[in-house]
Design a protein around this ligand. Structure first.
Ligand code: ZN
Ligand code: ZN
Length: 619
């Protein structure tokens, strides 16, 4: 009866009405041919539209109203009815096939209806028909209006089709829509999502009016596309313009800070979160936890984890992976036990963390045990990443031959990561024959990866096959492979500073190099010999250090020693693996200068303290 009372209240407010219809619910529920023959269509259409607007609270009710309209003789091609039907279908995210059936028979749909179809596709799982509809619209001589483009751009962004996006951009310019805020937001979002941060930023710069949506799009665009410094610079500008960030801004910022290793900046974001009360939000907390773990501040990561009221598999996984890569394997496994006790089901990624922990702690049997339990107890089919961890586990334990056998018995094709792990193990444990096999596989999979040339030339160097070293280096030059230049980042005050090898661009560089020379002298007193002899343990990713041309992490550390009070911990983020020479030197620096030094390199964290490193020289 609730249905009827709603219906009748509606009926009493809408006029003019066909008396036969507003009488009782039975008219509504059963077909009435008499009403149809008395040409009631305009009234029924009005009524049906009202029903759609006020009564349709679900897809099934929507279908009832649709059926009702048909029974009462509303023609299927009535554009007014069609327009409201499609709008309601799209608002409920009902299947677009339904909207299409309604649309296909409509007589002369207007621009609103076309726009609604485009919006529906843009918001659906398959946005591609949106573009098709846009083209059909032009053919049907319906002029797109200002509302068409934001939906269309949304669809393009979703299908990551930046070429189409550019074409639409030039159309909006021609039509003079380019200066409208919501068109600009659409363009900005599209470019940012498609990874064209330059164009996104250009659109942003041209905007006269920038709302929080625009700021979030451009900040997120930079954060997601490997340009974290720009993301943070924009955040500061946003603050200066007096705009308050929201949850979306915060998650983007934390991921940018995590990538840069900008601990201080991230901490300030944390303070902001506490101030505005966003710390109740589990997603925000998860990204905070992930940020601290990626910056190597495990203490704070654990603190965030401890204070969370609600934890899910993502929270546990972030902490377990964070502990594992920071060299706290045992603790990672303890948290995994806690996770099991609390009956939180681990994911595939949790097990990557668990196996990584076993591998980096040299826990061979435990690793195999967890691998078995993952399949048997949790029904997780091992992926290539898990097999990669197992190869790493065997390789690090020095069981190079077993690692190779393991690769041969894998149920899937090994990828380049796995062959590179084996190649690395062959270099460290001096196994030339297997090293060449691994390299030949790598050549087939990734012919231009510079790291592999470097690895192989090290194996040859270790065996003193100097002519082979020359051959590899020559083919490297001929193939146009260049080493990735190494760089290190540190955070000081409100800024992130980046250094390259032998960097002298900084105003303080004179003092920095004077200090580096002094450090070398001090280290010599501590028994430090520049590392050149032991190529076996040295998978170099960078050129060897020349005199007075130090690797970027040393420059960065000297810069921080100069600019921070004694005892302040130093954190460095480096894009390549730390070389053996720097590793040894930094161990001694941590002792001589009594500083805790944390380096996040390409593969793991090193926590240096009092002359030793958390990786136990095993990385
Ligand atoms: Zn180095
Ligand atoms: Zn280390």
């Amino acid at each position: 009866m609730r249905l009827y009372s709603k219906l009748s209240s509606l009926v009493h407010t809408s006029q003019p009405l066909n008396p036969k219809i507003h009488l009782c619910s039975s008219t509504f529920l059963s077909s009435s041919s008499t009403t149809a023959t008395q040409n009631p269509v305009p009234h029924i259409v009005t009524k049906c539209i009202a029903l759609l607007q006020f009564w349709a609270s679900s897809i099934s009710k929507l279908r009832q109203i649709h059926a009702f309209s048909i029974r009462h003789g509303v023609p299927l091609n009535n554009p007014d009815m069609g327009k409201h039907l499609i709008f309601t279908i799209v608002s409920f995210s009902a299947p677009m096939s339904y909207a299409y059936h309604v649309f296909a028979v409509l007589h002369d749909p207007n621009v609103f209806t076309w726009n609604t179809m485009i919006r529906g596709y843009a918001e659906s799982d398959d946005p591609s028909p949106a573009l098709h509809f846009y083209r059909k619209m032009s053919v049907s001589c319906v002029d797109p209006d200002t509302h068409t483009y934001p939906f269309l751009l949304k669809a393009v962004a979703k299908s990551l089709n930046v070429r189409e996006g550019e074409a639409i951009h030039s159309i909006t310019v021609r039509k003079g829509f380019e200066s409208l805020v919501f068109v600009q937001n659409g363009l900005l979002h599209m470019y940012a999502v498609c990874g064209d941060t330059e164009s996104a930023h250009k659109v942003f710069e041209s905007m006269v009016e920038r709302d929080i949506v625009a700021w979030n799009s451009v900040i997120n665009g930079f954060a997601l596309n490997g340009r974290p410094s720009e993301a943070l610079t924009l955040f500061r500008e946003m603050n200066m313009e007096g705009l308050e960030p929201d949850g979306f801004t915060v998650v983007s910022l934390l991921s940018a800070c995590a990538e840069l290793g900008a601990l201080e900046l991230g901490r300030r974001v944390h303070v902001f979160l506490l101030k505005v009360g966003l710390t109740q939000n589990m997603h925000v907390n998860n990204s905070l936890l992930d940020f601290y773990a990626k910056c190597g501040s495990i203490r704070e990561a654990k603190q965030v984890f401890g204070e969370m009221r609600e934890r899910n598999v993502v929270s546990f996984t972030s902490l377990i992976v964070g502990l594992a890569v920071n060299g706290f394997g045992e603790e990672a496994l303890e948290f995994f036990k806690e996770m099991e006790e609390q009956r939180v089901k681990p994911s595939e990624i949790t097990f990557v963390g668990v196996l990584y922990a076993c591998s980096h702690c040299g826990m061979l049997n435990e690793g195999f045990n967890y691998f078995r339990r993952m399949k048997d107890e949790y029904g997780i089919m091992p992926r290539i990443e898990h097999y990669g961890c197992m190869v790493d586990l065997l390789s690090r334990a020095g069981l190079v031959k077993q690692a190779y056998e393991y690769i041969q018995n894998m149920p899937m094709q090994p990828n380049s990561v796995i062959w590179r792990t084996l190649l690395g193990a062959c270099t460290i444990h001096g196994h030339l024959g297997l090293g060449e096999i691994a390299r030949s596989h790598l050549l087939k999979l990734e012919p231009k990866h510079s790291g592999d040339y470097v690895l192989l030339s090290n194996i040859y160097a270790a065996e003193r096959r100097w002519s082979d070293v020359q051959t590899v280096r020559r083919s490297m030059l001929e193939d146009g492979v260049r080493k990735t230049p190494g760089y290190s980042m540190v955070e000081l005050g409100n800024r992130v500073y980046e250094f390259t090898m032998g960097d002298r661009s900084h105003p303080q560089s004179k003092d920095v190099y004077a200090l580096l020379e002094k450090i070398t002298e001090l280290l010599k007193l501590e028994g430090y010999v520049p590392h050149t002899a032991n190529v076996l343990a040295d998978i170099e990713e960078e050129e060897k250090e020349q005199a007075l041309s130090y690797h970027s992490e040393k420059v960065a550390i000297a810069f921080m020693i100069l600019n921070t009070p004694p005892g302040t911990p130093i954190r460095v983020t480096k894009n390549l693996r730390v070389c053996a020479d720097c590793h040894m030197a930094i161990k001694l620096i941590s002792k001589v200068y009594d500083r805790e030094i944390v380096i996040r390199d390409r593969s793991r964290f090193h926590h240096f303290r009092d002359g030793s490193c958390s990786c136990k020289d095993y990385w």
